[in-house]
Ligand binder design. Structure first.
Ligand code: FES
Length: 145
């Protein structure tokens, strides 16, 4: 193997490793919750927020929900034990799909940033995100569409 082939193969290995790491971190961060849709409500079991890794139970800060009714996912944040928020992941600037980053939603297109309750923090977006009314009982969370 000559020097150029060696550099090419090292570069490909590096790219592959980086891409795999990114995919793996995205997969673990964005959890799509199982849900059912009836009477204009999306039902999500509270247990969808529970994550068990290596026999250790932790809570997810948020879960994502996809429905056939909407073109974008809904991000449901658990703000405290009985306090949730649900925001549509459609940027109010030019309609790109937002990414989650901790307690924030970030737009990959032009960098707008929103809180977990959908309030604009950084432009160019000027309007807050669409939000949904949430109710809950001991077992489930209901997002009113
Ligand atoms: Fe989101 Fe422009 S589309 S900032």
């Amino acid at each position: 193997m000559d020097r150029i082939d060696f550099i090419k193969s090292c570069g490909l290995v590096c790219l592959g490793t980086t891409a795999f790491s990114l995919l793996e971190s995205c997969a673990s961060a964005n959890y799509f919750a199982a849900n059912t849709y009836t009477e204009n409500k999306v039902l999500i079991k509270r247990s969808e927020f529970v994550k068990i890794e290596k026999d250790k139970k932790t809570l997810r800060k948020y879960v994502l929900v996809k429905t056939e009714k909407l073109n974008f996912p809904i991000c449901v944040f658990q703000i405290s034990e009985n306090n949730y928020s649900a925001v549509l992941m459609e940027c109010t600037h030019k309609g790109c799909e937002l990414h989650t980053q901790g307690d924030y939603l970030i737009c990959p297109c032009h960098g707008s940033e929103f809180t977990n309750t959908g309030v604009v923090q950084n432009p160019p977006a000027e309007q807050n995100l669409k939000t949904f009314i949430i109710t809950s009982d001991n077992e489930n969370i209901y997002v009113q569409l």
